[in-house]
Design a protein around this ligand. Sequence first.
Ligand SMILES: Nc1nc2c(ncn2[C@@H]2O[C@H](COP(=O)(O)O[C@H]3[C@@H](O)[C@H](n4cnc5c(=O)[nH]c(N)nc54)O[C@@H]3COP(=O)(O)O)[C@@H](O)[C@H]2O)c(=O)[nH]1
Length: 920
Amino acid sequence: MKVSPETAESGVENLPFSDLQQQLQVVKQQLSGLSQEKEQWLQREQDLYRYIRLKTNNMLEVIGTLPLAAEELDDDRLLSIDPIGIVTDSFHQVLDNLKQTNAELSLAKEEIQAIFNASGAGIMVVDAALRLRAYNNRGKDLFFPSVEEVVGVNFRELVCHRRQSTGECLFDKVLQDGDVAEESDFTIDDRFYHVVATPIHDLAGQIAYIILIYTDITQLKRQETALKEAELRLRAILNGTPAAITLIDPTTHRIVFANQTLADMIGGQLQEIEGHICHKFICPREEGQCPITDLGETIDKSERRLVRLDGTILPIIKTVTKIELEGQILLLESFVDISALKDEQQRRKESEERYRTLYSTMREGVAQFKMLYSADGVPSSYEFVDVNPAFEKIFSVAARQVVGRSAEDIFAVVDAVPFGLECFTRVVREQVSSEFEYEFSELNKTLRISAAPTSSGCFSALFEDITQRKKDEARIAHMAYFDALTDLPNRLLLKDRLNQMLTRAQRNNKQLALFFLDLDHFKRVNDTFGHDVGDQLLKIVADRLKNALRHCDSVCRLGGDEFVVLSDMISCQNDAVKLAEKIHATLKDPLVLRNKEIFVTTSIGIAMYPADGDDPDTLIKNADAAMYQSKDGGRDEFRFYSSNANAQALERLLLANDLRKALDHEEFYLVYQPQIDLDKGQIIGVEALLRWNHPVLGHLSPAQFIPLAEETGLILPIGRWVLLTACRQIRELQQLSGVRLRLAVNLSAKQFRDVGLVSSIRELLADIGLETDLLELEITESTLMDNIDNATRTLHSLREMGLTLAIDDFGTGYSSLSYLHHFPLQRLKVDKTFVRRLSTHPEDSAITEAIIVMAHTMGIKVVAEGIENKQELEFLVSKNCDEAQGFYFSRPLTMSQLTEKIKDNESVQAFCFFAAGDQP
Ligand SMILES: Nc1nc2c(ncn2[C@@H]2O[C@H](COP(=O)(O)O[C@H]3[C@@H](O)[C@H](n4cnc5c(=O)[nH]c(N)nc54)O[C@@H]3COP(=O)(O)O)[C@@H](O)[C@H]2O)c(=O)[nH]1
């Protein structure tokens, strides 16, 4: 508060004390106010000094000089000196400095611009608004060579349209990310640039400028491309090479590179190999050590193994080289698959082994020779190079004795020329194979020599010992014309000789006789004594005929027991008769074989030239027909050919034809002849007998067609039919009458030998339901004696099945009683020829009695067949014969007759005696 002085003077004299005090109080207050005001002014003064000092210092600082120091310039002096002057002085000083600096700066700027322009890279400075602020010459040439002033022009319009590469402009990226950006595929006019865009920030951290530097990297790019192409080419070459190639880092043992061939060899993809440890495939060592780096091996064309991905092993040839690539040591490994080579080697080894084995074990001798030449170049001899063991054996020499020696030292020399030289010379000269036969008389051997050229001037020869073959060939040639058993001319030679004789006979107008001989009952000899004895008999017959006949007569064997005698010393039929009688006489004496006397007779058929034929076939055929007539006439006879004989042969042929059809035409039927138990006087069985109701010839006995059926093989189907029909009919009779009759069925020799016999009978009985013990098979003794072992086996099989077995026609053959115990027989049938002669031939009754006794001692029952009268029956009963069969009891009956008889009689026994009385 401001106090006016007028107010203060007038108030003090006139005012009361209290007023004075009041006044004083006011003054005090005013004083206090003044004091405060003074304080404030002082404060202001201080503030002013501070302000002046601060501003001066600020200005000095702006100018760049040192601030005023308080200790050297107090406040009073501050007011006395001229701060403005100080500042002005300083400012001048600064300006001077600035000028100096500016001058230096513009020099530097020029230097920088020069450097800027000198740069090989194009440099652009763009502000944040994308205006071009600066550029160097290279930049101008690059983007706007023809434009003069471009500073301030929009950079996007200026540069980006020139850009061939796709993608955003680099400065956009810088603006967006605020950071340095680069690109390497910036292309202009097919040139490549590497671009670096760097942002320049202002104090506020905002992008003020972007500096773009364009470096031409076209050359680099091209080099890179060329490098890539070169690498691709190299890869293609490496992949195409048949050798596997790989690069391995020896420190890590990893496969750095592998070509396709390696992948193929390993059996995988490249990515399954590259980057993997090499031990896995390439150095299959369990311990995983690298042979090069760890074991210090040198691998140069060394044979190694490669492990394929499937675990199989591939043999390889491997080479490893250490190479340096970009400062890194690598192992360059290359290897070749040698499995084919190995296989080939193995094959060759095996082939060689085979060849060696063959060479040393073959039966043919092999020798390797080298041709030797005379001084004038003519082959003069040959030298042994090697021989095999067979050669040593054939020539009885050791290899060491011949190797290195010349031919004349070992082989015979004929007319100063070593053996075979001519042939061998041709082999070597013409390089052809050749062969010839040679008889080494000193060795007593005939050899076939096959020579073939080998290496130059050499040849090998194979020596095959054909001595035996030669003999065989001669023997075979002989066999072609001579009978192997008797050594008599065979049918072929017979025809040849007959032709010659016929020619002679025609020429000389002479007669000729052909005698066709067939031994009687020769089959029995075979059946009884076996074929050995049969063969001996044939030989003796042949010898006897040869010896008995004249030299000019020919004896031939046609086969089996058939012989032919040819004689052209015949002038009439009587001569032929004499010769026939001579033949009979020759054979009359018994032969002794196996200490047994055997009587041989022969039936002879005679055909004469020209009366009975004028060619070999006709004469043989007609003599054969005459021979059949002789057989039919009772054997041991001779017959001249007549047209009738031919008719009979034809008849046989026709009958055989009819026989073939008889089964289909159901022309066969069976009759049954009862068999009587002599002890009980009771019928105990029947024998089934076959009949043929021939459409023209009427009822035929088996004796007329069974031999024919045997010959033609028809006996098998016919025999099967007999068995089936007989079993079925007897079973039906059994069901009808309730009578259990034993059924005897005849088995022919062929049937008995049929391998399916046992099983077919088993099936047949099962089918029909006939008890096995009711079937009895009758087999002739000659059938059994044919092959005793087989017969024994078959009989046992049949017996095991439950069948009973009877030996038929006993006594007619040559059978030895001692054989009987081999066979499981239940019955023995004494042949009817013995029964017939019981009363007239005492020896036959003695034989019959002996047979009965012998059979009984062996537990075999005896059946006498062909009993026609009471005497015969009584004799047999008195000799304890067990069973009998014959017209005396009953002729063979048809099944209906048999059924009727059984039905008509109360018992089988009654029927039996009724029948016997009925048919004496
Ligand atoms: N393989 C086969 N052979 C058979 C078959 N059927 C018969 N035969 C055999 O044929 C031969 C002739 O037989 P067959 O003409 O039937 O003569 C038999 C009887 O009829 C005859 N016989 C009987 N009793 C008398 C008699 O008192 N007097 C007399 N003169 N003949 C009589 O005997 C023949 C029976 O002989 P066997 O068989 O030896 O008991 C003959 O060999 C038959 O075996 C057949 O199916 N298959």
